[in-house]
Design a protein around this ligand. Structure first.
Ligand code: ADP
Ligand code: MG
Ligand code: MG
Ligand code: MG
Ligand code: MG
Length: 442
């Protein structure tokens, strides 16, 4: 037994843990878990625990369904919102085939692979995702509604911001779980919130995104509310985004920063941004994976629609926020919190590295409000448009060899069939809008 395993077992004992949850995520980034009694932890940590992968979305076919979960000991954490019951701990796991090779459909493995490629070039990839979400009331039967819990607005204080207590509870729980919370505030729309945590290595922050959603949903429910990370729950008000701040470090230094360069942005930063813009349309399929995601990517709500970058304005797809030095970063504003963070970070990094390898140069930054430009003006500035729906985005992904190779055939096939299925079901459904428009008119 390694000292790492021995230390982890000691902690499990010291924390009086009764159950251990072994967590991983499916291709859509939805968390799955099996619980084992604490006495099984040693087996889990040394040999791994077998499970049937055939029932997991985008995982194995029936005939190759045996898979093994191996806990990543660095992800050990108690679940603080279950403190009143017997202590429960969780690990985030890597998924292996019975022969000991990593499972190629495990999103965490795919991100690990791209991070290793970056490491070969000397780079560490840091991400800082900003998750927005809504807190909605439950009805008498305890079912979720879209009735807002408050009427607060951006940065409002109580009493308009009724969610303050729930938000603090979430912040405290996440802090207990090792998050460094930088800020938490009411967002623009009523009942919409944002909690920001400190950026870090992309694997860790991808894990954090999963934990963040799990904790937020659990604590909201304990308070009689439903937390939703759906991209656009309501027409006419802001949707929820998950801006991804990203930078590359080498030997502990931020290589996006160059105090001598124009805008103090290094060549590497510009190549990276150019790569992300080059692959923006296919990244959209990954970063905006639901039918509903595309109802957020419309003009007028701070969400991006056009492929451009800017060091100033928030209508651009890629913004370079003003801080420099260690905080120099690009912010991709398209992703929403329904995305699988592992696959999204993998796609962004692969695109950025492609830009670096090919020394791509981004077009001139667009510093005016793009929504106020005419189509002609946009064409003259070569500003392309993001895909307007899931199927269009899916087509772009299938045509993008780099991103397809990065995610691998298994995941691409899975994403493709999910898109086809959802699109078909959406395409053939009769929506309230149609009833409203046609029922009496015809
Ligand atoms: P915004 O102005 O877009 O609302 P926030 O302050 O809400 O920005 O979030 C900024 C995020 O960027 C935080 O999660 C922060 O930790 C992260 N961040 C800061 N520096 C870096 C960096 N060098 N690389 C990646 N992310 C970073
Ligand atoms: Mg923010
Ligand atoms: Mg902020
Ligand atoms: Mg925000
Ligand atoms: Mg932001």
């Amino acid at each position: 037994m390694s000292t790492d395993v021995a230390k982890t077992l000691e902690r499990i004992e010291a924390d009086k843990v009764k159950f251990v949850r072994l967590q991983f995520s499916d291709i859509q980034g939805l968390p799955k878990n099996v619980a084992i009694p604490a006495w099984q932890a040693e087996k889990a940590l040394t040999e791994g625990i077998s499970f049937d992968g055939s029932s997991i979305e985008g995982f194995a076919r029936i005939e190759e369904s045996d898979m093994v979960l191996k806990p990543d000991t660095s992800t050990y954490s108690l679940l603080p919102w279950r403190a009143n019951e017997c202590p429960v701990a969780r690990f985030i796991c890597d998924v292996y085939m019975p022969d000991g090779t990593p499972f190629e459909g495990d999103p965490r493995h795919i991100l690990r692979k791209v991070l290793a490629e970056a490491k070969e070039m000397g780079y560490t990839f840091n991400t800082g995702p900003e998750l927005e979400f809504f807190l909605f009331k439950l009805d008498e039967e305890g079912m979720p509604t879209i009735v807002p819990q408050d009427k607060g607005g951006y940065f409002d204080l109580a009493p308009t911001d009724l969610a303050e207590d729930v938000r603090s509870e979430i912040v405290l729980a996440l802090t207990d779980m090792g998050f460094e919370i930088e800020a938490s505030h009411h967002e623009v729309a009523e009942s919409q919130h944002e909690i920001d945590f400190k950026y870090g290595d992309a694997l860790k922050t991808a894990d954090n995104v999963i934990t963040f959603k799990y904790a937020t949903k659990s604590i909201a429910l304990q308070n009689g509310l439903n937390a939703t990370f759906m991209a656009k729950p309501k027409f006419g008000i802001n949707g929820s985004g998950m801006h991804v701040n990203a930078s590359l470090f080498k030997d502990g230094e931020n290589v996006f920063y160059d105090p001598e360069a124009p805008l103090q942005l290094s060549e590497v930063a510009l190549h990276f941004i150019a790569g992300v813009l080059e692959h923006a349309k296919s990244i959209t399929r990954v970063a905006n994976p639901t039918i509903n995601s595309y109802k957020r990517l419309v003009p007028g709500y701070e969400a991006p629609v056009y492929v451009s970058w800017s060091a100033q304005n928030r209508t651009a797809l890629v913004r370079v926020p003003s801080p420099r030095g260690k905080s120099t970063r690009m912010e991709l504003r398209s992703p929403d919190p329904t995305c699988n963070p592992y696959l999204t970070f993998a796609a962004i990094l692969a695109a950025g590295m492609d830009g670096i390898k090919k020394q791509l140069v981004p077009p001139a930054g667009v510093n005016q409000n793009i929504f106020e430009m005419t189509e002609d003006e946009r064409n003259r500035s070569h500003i392309d448009t993001l895909p307007g729906d899931l199927m269009t985005a899916n087509r772009h992904l299938l045509e993008d060899t780099l991103i397809c190779d990065t995610l691998g055939a298994h995941v691409i096939d899975g994403l493709n069939s999910i898109a086809q299925m959802e699109w078909d079901s959406f395409r053939t459904a009769v929506h309230p809008w149609e009833i409203e428009q046609y029922l009496t008119r015809f």
